[in-house]
Ligand binder design. Structure first.
Ligand code: M6R
Length: 610
């Protein structure tokens, strides 16, 4: 979603802003813009719809641009289409420039009021009300900072802002309410950004602003205050990220790189979390032992791919004797909940900034849910900071919009959790040492599964002229089918639906014909015989099947049935392994279709609006 980068520096900020925008691209956007104070009292503003290359063209056409203070923005359109006029920064009265990530919920009322007060609007955006509101207060005699404070108090919604005053070069005001915003402290300047990746070429030292913080960045340093002007102390930290860890290397796409990093990511996520025979439950937090002992049931909340990881976990946790509910985060907040006793709320999120998941966690707390655990890939994210217990997946930065290695490492985390929970119920008689051995073998199994790449590349050709696909699976692999379908539709724009295979004859079988490829995963588990019947039901109706099958299933290719063997693994880790061919299939189909794989249309990596 929208991204912010701002800089106050001792040298020209233009290259810093353009580099920052490039690094923010992965978040998803459809227009971009920047404003630089190129001489006291004057902004140079350039904006362009479409990809960043369009803005770069506009910049080049403007000759030499030089300024020591600037803000820039990638916009993911919400209010108003992605046009130049709607792109940020928005400027009011040639004096104040502002960029925003988030949504102003009461923008309609404010726009009417501001118009009545004589303010003019140039765009359809909700953001423009903020900049006009600040200017109105200043026109009435309020100073810049007080005008910002007064304006923020009348806004509803979640947002992060970067604000410049043309008469004050060397100064940027940042505001955080809900949406993420951090300050970078470099040798040559101070930076403001939506995430650390945007400023990683300048500095690794950063401060995470808290909700309600207002940072006043100036040449002398910075000061953080709250809405009432009281000074707030925030510690600076050093990020683990390096510019190198964000490089694409020899890969064609970040998604490809991230799929192939999964063996290492799984290994990194396990490291220090297990002994030869035991999961170290302190990896969920120092209070994990006490909280887990009290836990009687689990509620998982997440969105998209992370939600699918939650669905897999339900099978593992309930197998371990722990009742578990899983819900799409944005749906959880839509109704009242009778509060279950001693319920642990688990939120799953790659980014830790997904607003639906954050809101659902807040709502669960209001409803009286006892404890919270976040399983997340981004340290210092809002979700991590709002949760009692935390398990960090060590997947490394995930840039491709389609989540891959974050999903696999979430599954590893949830598998570890289910092993810990199984200790509570001796009747499940799970052998922890066996489960650990299976996990230890996992990185090698991931690596060998990735060797299916060239086979899957050939299979993907069958989708070259296809518009639709069905995914089928049973039991714990049904969520894997959901994930396979999501990957395919997200990056190749092929319409894909996943069904529990038992549901086939209750409706979707009507869709099956020669033009509807049917993809299935067939592990060697208790559901296999039933799945084989479902496969035959498709074949009998002329459907063409592609089945990724455990080599022990003795499924073999015949007319309308193409079987691709996957190395046989224990059923406890099979969902992790069977995810990989489906990721590779989506990737290769998207390559054939020629889509923008890392930045699929209309999507954002970090979804920070509800
Ligand atoms: O950062 P999160 O895990 O909270 O993100 C949730 C979803 O937006 C995300 O998984 C989305 O579905 C992915 N693009 C799927 O590949």
């Amino acid at each position: 979603m929208c991204g912010i980068i701002g800089a106050v520096s001792s040298s020209n900020v233009l290259p810093v802003l353009l580099d920052g925008l490039k690094r923010l691209e992965y978040r998803g956007y459809d227009s971009s813009g920047l404003a630089i104070i190129d001489q006291p009292g004057k902004f140079l503003r350039l904006r362009a719809p479409g990809k960043l290359v369009e803005l770069e063209r506009t910049v080049s056409a403007n000759g030499d641009i030089d300024g020591l203070t600037g803000i820039a923005h990638t916009r993911w359109a919400t209010h108003g289409p992605p046009t130049e006029q709607n792109a940020h920064p928005h400027i009011s009265g040639d004096r104040i420039a502002l960029v925003c990530n988030g949504i102003v919920e009461n923008h309609e009322d404010l726009r009417i009021w501001l118009t009545d007060e004589g303010m003019e609007f140039q765009s359809e955006t909700d953001t423009e009300v903020i900049v006009n509101l600040i200017r109105l207060h200043m026109d009435r005699g309020t100073d810049f900072m007080s005008a910002i404070r007064t304006s923020i108090k009348s806004l509803k919604g979640a947002f992060a802002l970067g604000i410049l005053h043309a008469d004050e070069p060397g100064r940027i005001i940042g505001v955080r309410r809900g949406s993420p915003l951090i300050v970078g402290i470099g040798e040559d300047g101070i930076y403001l950004a939506s995430d650390i990746s945007a400023m990683i070429a300048q500095t690794r030292k950063f401060i995470v602003l808290e909700n309600g913080d207002i940072v006043d960045i100036n040449r002398g340093g910075m000061e953080i205050t709250n809405l009432d002007g009281q000074v707030q102390h925030r510690d600076a930290r050093i990020s683990d990220l390096t510019p190198q860890s964000m490089e694409i290397g020899d890969y064609r796409h970040y998604m490809e790189k991230e799929i192939f990093e999964q063996g290492q990511a799984v290994s990194d996520t396990l490291e220090g979390r297990i002994t030869a025979s035991r999961v170290l439950e302190a990896c969920f937090g120092t209070e994990a032992d006490r909280i887990f002992n009290r836990t009687e049931n689990i509620q998982i909340l997440a969105c998209g791919t992370s939600y699918h990881a939650g669905l897999v976990a339900k099978y593992w946790l309930e197998d371990a004797g722990m009742p578990c509910q899983v819900e799409i985060a944005s749906e959880f907040t839509s109704r009242k909940h009778p509060t279950p006793n001693n319920c642990l709320v688990i939120t799953l999120s790659q980014s830790g900034e997904t607003i639906d998941t954050l809101t659902a966690l807040d709502y669960a707390k209001q409803c009286g849910y006892a404890h919270s655990l976040a399983i997340c890939n981004v340290p210092d994210s809002s979700l991590v900071r709002n949760s009692e217990l935390v398990f960090m997946t060590h997947a490394g930065p995930e840039i491709g919009v389609a989540s891959t290695k974050a999903f696999l490492t979430q599954l590893v985390a949830l598998r570890l959790l289910s092993i810990v929970m199984a200790r509570k119920d001796p009747s499940t008689a799970q052998d922890e040492a066996d489960s650990i051995r299976e996990l230890r073998e996992l990185p090698a199994n991931v690596e060998s599964t990735l060797k299916m790449n060239s086979t899957i590349q050939e299979i993907a050709q069958q989708f070259a002229d296809k518009q639709h696909a069905l995914f089928l699976a049973r039991g714990i692999h049904f969520p894997i089918a959901l994930e396979g379908a999501l990957k395919l539709k997200e990056i190749s724009y092929v319409h894909a639906e996943a069904y529990a295979a038992g549901e086939l004859k209750h409706g979707p079988l009507a869709l099956v014909d020669r033009d509807m490829p049917v993809v299935s995963v067939a592990p060697n588990d208790t559901q296999l015989d039933k799945l084989k019947s479902n496969i035959e039901e498709v074949r009998a109706r002329g459907g063409k099947l592609i089945v990724f099958a455990d080599s022990e299933t003795r499924l073999s290719s015949r007319e309308n049935l193409q079987v691709i063997n996957v190395a046989s693994v224990e059923s406890s880790i099979a969902p992790i392994i069977f995810t990989i061919p489906l990721q590779l299939l989506a990737y290769h189909v998207a390559l054939i279709k020629g889509t923008d794989i890392d930045k699929p249309r209309n999507l954002a990596k970090s979804v920070t609006v509800e």
